[in-house]
Design a protein around this ligand. Structure first.
Ligand code: PGA
Length: 251
């Protein structure tokens, strides 16, 4: 049985006080619950204060991006080692906003994945199709391209420190959630693809989160699907009660 993993992607929201309070409320709400894994991913400037707020609790810290070099003259960028130093366990990579707003390619995302793993971080790798791609029935082709590109050169052992997040781009921040059937079909396709590349056992172990307008009232129907192992939550992760509602739906 794969344990459910709920992660909050705070995107470019909060400030120091809000981030600290939100993190503390999630820690309190989760308490000693061990049946579900939970992480929050604040903006870079708040990693330190959120790490402090998480201390002693069961909520892990993640970042939303990194630059795939150890150190150097890369003005404005943040290295994997810096994230570890701030207390991060996870990093979100390949998010659709980075692909489509910031122009990141699968090759660049793959460099990030490899440098994160080499440094000792765990990766939440996001994949997902645009509305036009779904309407043209290209969803599986797109997922396959993003998986092959993002996971290039990884070993089976590497994959043990990867979580995938299937996030249909048309469902992100739109209130339009994938139907349980659409989500299950995509997740099953992803797991089959992983099985073909890394073997059955690796595929069965791999957690695949769903992301895109997950809310407390739709979480149970998604988290109850056989191949959905958690959620990557944007908007609803900014309110502790909503985020905790989703976490509880995963129990
Ligand atoms: P959303 O975002 O929950 O606000 O749709 C999900 C995500 O971008 O990870």
């Amino acid at each position: 049985m794969r344990k459910k993993f709920i992660a909050g992607n705070w995107k470019m929201f909060t400030n120091t006080a809000v981030a600290r309070d939100l993190a503390a409320a999630v820690v309190r709400g989760l308490g000693s619950e061990e049946r579900v894994d939970v992480a929050v991913c604040p903006p870079f400037p708040y990693l330190h204060s959120v790490a402090e707020a998480l201390r002693g609790g069961r909520v892990a810290l993640g970042a939303q991006n990194l630059y795939p070099e150890k150190e150097g003259a890369f003005t404005g960028e943040v290295s994997p080692a810096m994230l570890l130093d701030c207390g991060c366990r996870y990093v979100i990579l390949g998010h659709s906003e980075r692909r489509h707003v910031l122009g990141e390619t699968d090759a660049f995302i793959n460099r990030k994945v490899k440098s994160a793993l080499a440094a000792g971080l765990e990766v939440i790798l996001c994949i997902g199709e645009l509305l036009a791609e779904r309407e043209a029935e290209h969803t599986e082709q797109v997922l396959q391209r993003q998986l092959a590109g993002g996971l290039a050169d990884l070993t089976g052992a590497d994959l043990g420190r990867v979580v995938l997040a299937y996030e249909p781009v048309w469902a992100i921040g739109t209130g339009k959630v994938a139907t349980p059937e659409q989500a299950q079909d995509a997740h099953a396709f992803v797991r089959r693809w992983i099985g073909g590349k890394f073997g059955e056992e690796a595929a069965n172990r791999l957690p695949i989160q769903y992301g895109g307008s997950v809310k407390p009232d739709n979480a149970a129907s998604l988290l109850g699907l056989p191949d959905v192992d958690g959620a990557l939550v944007g908007g609803a992760s900014l309110k502790a009660d909503m985020f905790l509602g989703i976490v509880r739906a995963g129990l």
